[in-house]
Design a protein around this ligand. Structure first.
Ligand code: 475
Length: 829
């Protein structure tokens, strides 16, 4: 018997893989005893959660090991998804859904006197991402596994994820996140695959044995990257892929140095410094520049990951010349773009490949996804910082640039302006490395994340690159996983799906189309409404629990949840709420449709205006919620600490989804998709994926307003003066005056001055220009909502036509157009 057969045999003899209820209960009690050291009677909810997680993990490991075995025997191309962020959300519920054992497990723990929902609530969320980009990576690895594509997610195991937000006196307060406090049952440490990463120092030339000039990098320090692996199960398939996150540790050699030099404290200090590398996730503020540790983090995880891929390639007997045949590496934004230079370094310096061969391998390996057009968000690194950390990489980037610019000069004879625009080095002031340029030149494919965004990439940010190599450019509209965002988040609605159209939708979201023929069925509509109302009741409970504010589930739930940012225009919604309030106060008997406005989202700690926007939201809530004249017809709620977990509770309870960014600014948005598939209607600008959602669901079932991206451009060119617009609109003018005169700040006219001044003097995101259109559109929303039958029909059609926005569709497009990978089905051992 081979070792594999032997262990498979032992596995089958044990209880740890069986999905039967009895063996599950036995295993649970076993785990409670052997991993937590507790009996059922004295264990806490945390203990129960841990024991349950280990019990489920055991079942998952069987698929994981089978998958690894299947991949080892295969030479098929593997996707490496490189992302500095994976905003995974809790694993337990999702794993139960994907393994198809949610109901059985609920029963099993129920028979032990426990409530599964209570246990699911115990899991600390790994908040290893800021927002859209990190959550997209999480949806994508779920889809990769579900489509049975061989794939690895590579990232950083931050000890502290995104901060935990509380609201104190109406202000955001950032608290450190400590997600590892009780341990993480889903990860396995793999010290045997640790990688040494060099940092700093200098380069020197030498002559090799064949008398060739070579360059050698003499680093100032090394750190060790230790991988922690978590299984990523696909939905109802045997595939369980791996998420491999790197944690920084000190090298062993420090310990030896202590013996030699006797400098114990010094050595320990060095150790602490090394381990700082993966301590904390950087919040994304307006200026990502200049954070030395951030570049170090990026290089660290990319170097570890490429090294790991080479280990895998070698393990399969592959040669380095075939690297690109084995791996398709996707760069999730520019954060891992240093990988282009690192792979070149490995190929040229370590494997001594000729430059052109190395470059051909490199460009065939990488694909680059851009997530933002905001110029201030494009990563640039000052040259001296770069040289200090990565001296060899800077030399290689210069060389890449020289060769690239030669091609540019040949393509555009005499066009030196074009050369400057395309250069990997920004020479306009202080010199910088432009990471988006490095990523674009080093990749065979570049893609935007929605149609409009990809078009604007080609027109603006990367226009010169597009002129040079148009065939490189793709558009792949984002998507979200229906497993987490429907099956797990909205069980009531999914039960109605099951009864009406079966279960196939979870894997083929287009099947939701079959709901369309029930859109005019009164009994179906009645159930649809009852489910939404139930979800709203649950959300109302959560709101009162988290904020103390009582809201009426019968009122319209009007929701905006996302990072707080000027371009997303939470303050546009605020202006409109104040206008509604003003109307109500002017005529207390006015027919006002009761609405509950729900906001949630984090502001980057260094982004003062965004934090002030939160203060403004809580301030208007403090006035409106307690004004007896309003009699509860308007409520404004700020839910603290938006996260994957809170999102799962908010989307299913929303009636109206606010997607009101200035057109041309939101690359795609993905929350917009989660709302639509949970039956909320959208009020939105023609921005990002809103455009495609509107196209899919039909403009009759979508509330659009505001300027298009082209109109925004035109308006700016024509010379935009916000004061003119505000003066000309009495309603808007009155609203601005109310804030300015201190109604929401107890007479303090300074507090919100930065927001008001911004609006009057610059209005960079053109709130004033879009205000009237937004306000009118909200009246249209009111009319639609009053007609319950019409609204329900629209809601059903939104869900029925949301199939395009499954991340399975996105991933299939990446697989076909960019990665050229095909599924590998996994037999269980
Ligand atoms: C876009 N995050 C959304 C989403 O494609 C889009 C930036 C710097 C440092 C760390 N994180 C970031 C982002 O840029 C980001 O989340 N971008 C978002 O990516 C997925 O749907 O429109 O704003």
């Amino acid at each position: 018997m081979s070792p594999t057969e032997l262990s498979a045999d032992l596995l089958h003899a044990s209880d740890r893989t069986s999905l039967s209820k009895d063996s599950f209960k036995r295993a649970f009690i076993d785990n409670l005893f052997y991993t937590q050291g507790k009996f059922l009677q004295v264990a806490t909810h945390k203990d129960y959660y841990q024991a349950l997680a280990y019990t489920v993990r055991d079942r998952l490991l069987y698929r994981w090991v089978s998958t690894a075995t299947a991949y080892t025997g295969q030479v098929s191309r593997t996707v490496s998804y490189l992302s500095a962020e994976f905003l995974m959300g809790p694993s337990l519920g999702n794993t139960l859904i994907n393994l198809g054992i949610l109901d059985e497990v609920r029963q099993a723990v129920g028979e032990l006197g426990l409530d599964l929902t209570d246990l699911l609530d115990q899991e600390a969320e790994p908040g290893l991402g800021n927002g859209g980009l990190g959550r997209l990576a999480a949806c994508f690895i779920d889809s990769l596994a579900t489509l049975e594509l061989p794939a690895l997610g590579y990232g950083i195991r931050y000890e502290h994820g995104i901060f935990y937000q509380t609201i104190v006196d109406g202000w955001q307060v950032e608290n450190t996140d400590n997600w590892l406090r009780y341990g993480n049952p889903w990860e396995i440490r793999r010290p045997e695959w640790s990688v040494e990463v060099k940092i700093g120092g200098f380069t020197e030339t030498y002559t090799d044995t064949e008398d060739r000039h070579r360059v050698r990098w003499v680093p100032a320090k090394t750190v060790v990257g230790v991988p922690f692996d978590s299984p990523i199960p696909g939905y109802r398939v045997n595939t369980a892929n791996t998420l491999r996150l790197w944690s920084a540790e000190a090298t062993q050699s420090f310990d030896f140095e202590v013996f030699n030099r006797g400098d114990y404290l010094g050595a320990v200090n060095k150790k602490v410094t090394s381990e700082n590398l993966t301590k904390i996730l950087y919040p994304n503020d307006e200026t990502p520049q200049g954070k030395e540790l951030r570049l170090e983090q990026q290089y660290f995880f990319v170097a570890c990951s490429l090294h790991d891929m080479i280990r895998i390639l070698k393990g399969q007997g592959g040669s380095i010349e075939r690297f690109h045949e084995k791996f398709a590496v996707q760069l999730n934004d520019t954060h891992p773009a240093i990988g282009v230079a690192e792979l070149m370094r490995i190929l040229v310096d370590d494997y001594l490949l000729p430059w052109n061969d190395a470059w051909s391998i490199t460009t065939q390996t990488f694909g680059y996804t851009n997530h933002t057009l905001l110029p201030e968000a494009l990563e640039r690194w000052p040259l001296d910082l770069f040289r200090r950390l990565l001296p060899r990489h800077l030399e290689l980037i210069f060389e890449i640039n020289e060769r690239f610019l030669h091609d540019v000069r040949v393509a555009f004879l005499g066009d030196e302006a074009r050369v400057r625009a395309l250069s990997l080095i920004d020479e306009t002031g202080e010199r910088y490395v432009r990471m988006a340029h490095l990523a674009t030149v080093g990749s065979h494919a570049v893609n935007g994340v929605a149609t409009l965004h990809s078009d604007l990439l080609k027109k603006d940010v990367l226009a010169d690159f597009y002129a040079l190599s148009p065939q490189k450019f793709h558009s792949i509209t984002n998507g979200v996983t229906p497993r987490r965002w429907l099956a797990l988040a909205n069980p009531r609605l999914c039960e109605l799906f099951r009864e009406t159209i079966g279960d196939g939708w979870a894997k083929e979201l287009d099947q939701l189309r079959r709901l369309e023929r029930h859109a005019d069925d009164a009994a179906f509509a009645e159930r649809w409404r009852a489910i939404k109302l139930d979800n709203k009741r649950q959300l109302a409970d959560l709101i009162v629990q988290r904020t103390g504010i009582e809201v009426d589930p019968e009122s319209m739930f009007d929701v905006q949840v996302k990072r707080i940012h000027e371009y997303k225009r939470q303050h546009l919604a605020v202006l409109q709420i104040i206008a509604m309030y003003h109307r109500l106060k002017s005529d207390p008997n006015a027919e006002v449709l009761p609405r509950t406005f729900i906001f949630s989202g984090k502001a980057a700690p260094g982004y003062a205006i965004a934090k002030l926007m939160i203060r403004l939201i809580t301030a208007i809530g403090d006035v409106i919620n307690y004004d007896p004249e309003v009699r509860g017809r308007l409520k404004v709620v700020f839910m603290p600490n938006f996260s994957v977990t809170t999102g799962q509770r908010i989307y299913p309870g929303a009636d109206l989804s606010e997607q009101i960014s200035l057109a041309g600014k939101e690359a795609s948005g993905t929350g917009n998709m989660k709302f639509a598939m949970n039956g909320a209607l959208t009020i939105g600008t023609m921005d990002g994926a809103n455009i495609e959602i509107c196209e899919e669901v039909g403009s009759d079932n979508f509330f659009t307003f505001g300027m298009t991206a082209a109109q925004v451009e035109e308006r700016r060119r024509a010379g935009y003066d916000p004061r003119e617009v505000i003066e000309a609109n009495p309603e808007l003018h009155a609203v601005v005056e109310l804030i300015r005169n201190g109604l929401f700040s107890r007479g303090d006219t300074e507090l919100f001055k930065p927001i008001i001044d911004g609006l009057l003097w610059h209005d960079t995101y053109m709130l004033a220009a879009d205000y009237a259109s937004y306000s009118d559109c909200q009246l249209e929303v009111d009319r639609a909502y009053r007609d319950t039958a019409r609204w329900t029909r629209m809601s059903i059609l939104n869900v029925a036509r949301s199939g395009k926005f499954s991340s399975d569709r996105s991933i299939q497009e990446y697989a076909d157009k960019i990665w050229k990978v095909t599924p590998v089905s996994v037999p269980l051992l």
